[in-house]
Ligand binder design. Structure first.
Ligand code: SAM
Length: 250
């Protein structure tokens, strides 16, 4: 059927491509790629000859219009990112919004995703989780972002770059305490896949002892109750006062 196909690709292990993904990539008119060279390697591996076109954060707006025009003519277009699920900390959102607005059918072709893969093996609660993508790169903003993480039992998940992981772990320690349990999932589905689980202070020491910290990583934790932020303690105080005065909060 004509429409936009959002095709997940592997995040390391090429066996994680799905049969449906291969069939769709083979049969669409064009594949819009975050990086055509990156995707070409995947296509070569599976002997797929479908033409590609670039779709990345620097041409997302104009390209979305162009592709939407083609889709309106009845084209079948697949969207892929370099790895994993398109639109998740990757380009795609603008094109999907444009396609939806134009009344074009959008088909998710599910597959690998680093956040969900990390979550299911983390040992943390999967009942409620909050995905943050990447935290701000600037130290001050990152710390503020961490301070605003809800402490409601949900598991927080975010992507982190290897050159920032040490700083981020020390921020977590500063905001949530040295005993905060964290999970670091590294190189998922790859040869050197690794899970580090434990107190943030211990994990920090363990990583510091390594000659280099490399690879792709996902960080997860559920803030332990106890230390409350200033704002939360004020809210609690106000609420307690209202109760003691017999005032209904709602
Ligand atoms: N769209 C992708 C997905 O569905 O997971 C995420 C793209 S985002 C630009 C790339 C980040 O995802 C990396 O910096 C890393 O934090 C995380 N990531 C991707 N592949 C990973 C892997 N194999 N192991 C651990 N983290 C990974």
């Amino acid at each position: 059927a004509p429409g936009l196909y959002l095709v997940a690709t592997p995040i390391g292990n090429l066996e994680d491509i799905t049969l449906r993904a291969l069939r769709v990539l083979e049969s669409v008119d064009r594949i819009a790629c975050e990086d055509t060279r990156q995707t070409q390697k995947l296509l070569n591996h599976f002997s797929i000859a479908t033409p590609t076109i670039s779709y990345h954060m620097h041409n997302e707006g104009p390209r979305a219009e162009e592709l939407t025009a083609e889709l309106k003519q009845g084209a079948r277009i697949a969207l892929v990112s370099d790895a994993g699920t398109p639109g998740i900390s990757d380009p795609g959102v603008e094109l999907v919004a444009a396609a939806v607005a134009a009344g074009i059918a959008v088909f998710p072709i599910p597959g690998a995703n680093a956040a969900i893969s990390a979550l299911i093996a983390s040992g943390l609660s999967t009942e409620r989780f909050i995905f943050h993508g990447f935290l701000p790169a600037k130290a001050g903003q990152r710390k503020t972002a961490l301070e605003q993480f809800p402490r409601n039992g949900a598991t927080h998940i975010f992507y982190e770059a290897p050159h920032r992981i040490a700083e981020t772990l020390s921020d977590i320690e500063a905001v949530f305490g040295a005993d905060q349990h964290v999970v670091l999932a590294r190189e998922l589905t790859k040869l050197h896949e690794e899970f580090l689980r434990g107190q943030v202070s211990k994990l920090r020491a363990e990583l510091n002892a390594r000659p280099a910290i490399r690879g792709e990583m996902v960080l997860l934790f559920s803030p332990s109750p106890g230390e409350k932020t200033h704002k939360q303690s004020i809210t609690a105080e106000v609420s307690a006062l209202m109760h003691s005065e017999g005032i209904d909060e709602k």
